[in-house]
Design a protein around this ligand. Structure first.
Ligand SMILES: Cc1ncc(COP(=O)(O)O)c(C=O)c1O
Length: 361
């Protein structure tokens, strides 16, 4: 992924981002009607606890989880560090891991890098990108250490229902397998009634991941968290984190503690933008029968599939003709010929028209 970004020309318009339109300080403060960015003058600018600030972890436990407690949460520098810590805490070379593709690349690439045996379960547009339970059942066995899921899903924006999540957990229980649930888009369900419980609340071997950059639309705050019930795993996570960032920024922790209680207003601001874009895109895309598009139900991206032009070539064409960047299939480790498009930015109509105009050859 980093190789791909390094080869790009400077000054491209990013139209692939998986975070919704980032807040400005003033927009967020006026939305929640509180000075959430105010820093107390007597705040000590010292290191924080490795597992994270206790007040922050209490707020996360209260507002994000049902039964998970503050001591079962570890904060990290973004979700990216959390993924690295989790895989290195849990996995050894040779362990069997099951992932679903398309995927956010590190979710599959890091276990491969560690030397795990990774079985991939492809999600397909002809199944509306929905995971097929029989395929997961066939991939997970008694030797499987970990199953990795991410719903709402990057890049397709699809979501699963609670019944399917329950079935996935049952497969993990039957095989004594860990379940890592990347929940960074939880809160960005396009219909809030479809929000799933956090996996760490539901399953003793479930691990939940979230972050301030996605559903909170605050990527400038580099703060994520992992939650799990297992004490041994948490202690290994803390050990690994202490070799990376050591601890989070106290400033990030302070503002996050004051922002998280306003989560519903923030999610609504974000999903209003996304739903408006989805409606616009839906009517536009019907004019392009050469595209296969599954309406997303969560997150802030979608993954239209091209029929007549390779996704890599299409991405290059957009760079050359529109100075615009969307992401090709290879970054999501899939053979499905799609590209990731951002749905979370205001005033997107013109850009959508420009991009989809280029799909015609
Ligand atoms: C599914 C998923 N998980 C984790 C991350 C990492 O989040 P962050 O960049 O805020 O650390 C991303 C970022 O795009 C993502 O899409």
């Amino acid at each position: 992924m980093s190789e791909f970004y390094q080869q790009l020309p400077a000054g491209l318009t990013n139209f692939h981002a998986s975070n919704p339109e980032p807040f400005s300080v003033s927009e967020l403060q006026s939305l929640v009607d509180a000075p959430v960015f105010a820093i107390p003058q007597d705040m000590l600018c010292h290191y924080d606890a490795v597992q994270g600030d206790l007040d922050l972890r209490k707020v996360i436990a209260q507002y994000v989880f049902e039964s998970v407690k503050a001591h079962q949460i570890i904060t990290t520098c973004g979700a990216q560090e959390a993924i690295f810590c989790l895989y290195h805490a849990l996995l050894q070379p040779g362990d069997h891991v099951v992932t679903l593709t398309p995927t956010f690349e590190p979710l599959k690439a890091i276990p491969e890098h560690i030397g795990c045996r990774v079985t991939d379960v492809p999600l397909l547009p002809e199944n509306d990108w929905q995971p097929v339970l029989d395929d997961i059942n066939a991939a997970v066995n008694h030797n499987t250490k970990l199953l990795v899921i991410n719903f709402p899903h990057n890049p397709t924006g699809i979501h699963i229902d609670e019944y399917l999540l329950g079935q996935i957990i049952d497969i993990c229980k039957a095989n004594d397998c860990w379940l890592f649930s990347d929940e960074v888009f939880r809160g960005l369900e396009h219909d809030p009634s479809t929000r799933l419980p956090a996996v760490a609340d539901l399953y003793a071997r479930g691990i939940s991941l979230s972050v301030m950059s996605k559903a909170f639309a605050l990527p400038a705050i580099r703060l994520g968290w992992l939650a799990c019930q297992d004490q041994q795993l948490r202690s290994r996570l803390i050990q690994i984190k202490s070799q990376l960032s050591i601890c989070n920024s106290r400033l990030d922790a302070h503002v996050s503690t004051h922002i998280i209680p306003h989560h519903e207003a923030i999610y609504k601001r974000n999903t209003d933008i996304i739903n408006d874009n989805k409606q616009k895109l839906s009517s536009l895309i019907s004019q392009y029968p050469d595209l296969q598009w599954v309406q997303p139900a969560g997150a802030s991206t979608c993954f239209p599939v091209l029929k007549h032009i390779d996704s890599q070539q299409f991405t290059q064409k957009l760079i050359q003709t529109c100075n615009t960047l969307v992401l090709p299939k290879k970054l999501f480790l899939t053979e499905n010929n799609g590209f990731r498009l951002a749905l979370g930015f205001r005033n997107s109509q013109e850009k959508f028209e420009q991009i989809f105009g280029q799909t015609v050859i």
